[in-house]
Write a protein that binds this ligand. Structure first.
Ligand code: GZL
Length: 308
């Protein structure tokens, strides 16, 4: 799989010590999380670290992302890194990369294609994030009848699927009723628009809880709730995932009630995996990065020291 001999630091595929050419197919720039992830990847795949990075952001368009990977293959890059927008549709282009002897590493999101078609995936346990958010909600509302609306992530994406599954499992048997659920595409505008629709349908008094699959959509929901005369964090409680700076500030301000972190700083691990694979070393198929969670008090303690 393209791993010729190479010097000790896993130099280049041909062992000539020159740079490793990597094609990185990013989802786009839909959220604050994504910006932090892109920055982390660009820092890790830098020239001084021995890389030449070919970067593509697919503007959340799965077809554009697949054609970006095809162009990396035709450029003959040494390795390809992908943050797949959606889980499905990857079998063919991953097979083409394998046929071209170009190893693929997945970062952040996963695919349903056979794991034989990629060397490794580094990211977060999205289902666990959903469970952590659901466990907080079940404890927060106890036996009080609770009407919840959900702002879903990008339809078909691993985080949207797994965060929904984990949360639903955690609230099973609780008094929380999901009255509506719709995708806001992980964007602030998307979350605001969908929340405006929910508020028109149910009114501020008809909703007790918002579960947002990411902070950007929660921040959009806050705008919609305030525009409707409601008090976010009080009239309507909000639980969210990511823990990006703006989300943590809203948590400190009491407009969000609980946030589960989703660590975007995956660049160093992804770069290490690329070097190990090209050096012919065995790598783990799955590399999980730990997440944590924050109450309002905990957020106030850490917000000034966090890197994103
Ligand atoms: C999760 C990542 C998600 C973030 C969103 O690892 O894929 O995509 O939770 C981002 O903010 O858009």
């Amino acid at each position: 799989t393209g791993c010729g001999s190479s010097d000790s630091d896993g130099g280049s595929a041909d062992g000539g010590g020159d740079t490793i050419k990597v094609g990185f197919a990013q989802t786009g720039s839909e959220s604050g999380w994504r910006s932090a992830n892109t920055e982390s990847m660009k820092e890790a795949f830098s020239e001084e670290n021995g890389f030449e990075l070919v970067f593509n952001a697919a503007d959340n368009d799965p077809a554009a992302q697949i054609s970006a990977v095809r162009s990396f293959i035709s450029q003959g890059v040494d390795a390809i890194v992908i943050a797949p927008i959606v889980e499905d549709g990857w079998d063919d282009v991953l097979q083409e990369a394998a046929d071209a002897d170009i190893p693929v590493i997945l970062e952040d999101r996963t695919v349903t294609a056979s794991e034989d078609l990629y060397e490794s995936w580094v990211g977060l346990d999205f289902k666990k994030e959903g469970v952590m958010a659901g466990e907080w909600a079940a404890a927060e509302f106890g036996s009080e009848p609770t009407k919840m609306v959900v702002l879903e992530g990008t339809t078909g994406s691993a985080p949207a699927n797994d965060r929904a599954e984990g949360f639903d499992e955690a609230i099973a048997g609780s008094s929380i009723e999901k009255i509506d659920s719709q995708t806001g595409e992980f964007t602030r505008d998307g979350g605001k628009t969908v929340m405006e629709g929910f508020l028109q349908k149910y009114g501020v008094d008809g909703i007790d809880l918002v579960y947002a699959h990411n902070d950007d959509m929660a921040l959009g929901a806050i705008e919609a709730i305030e525009a409707a005369g409601g008090v976010p964090g009080e009239d309507i409680k909000i639980v969210s995932i990511d823990a990006v700076k703006d989300g943590m500030q809203a948590l400190v301000d009491g407009k969000i009630n609980f946030i589960v972190e989703c660590n975007p700083l995956l660049g160093d691990l992804a770069a290490e995996l690329v070097k190990d694979v090209l050096a012919g070393e065995e790598v783990e198929k799955t590399v999980y990065v730990e997440d944590q969670s924050f109450t309002q008090e905990q957020a106030a303690e850490v917000i000034d020291s966090r890197p994103y």
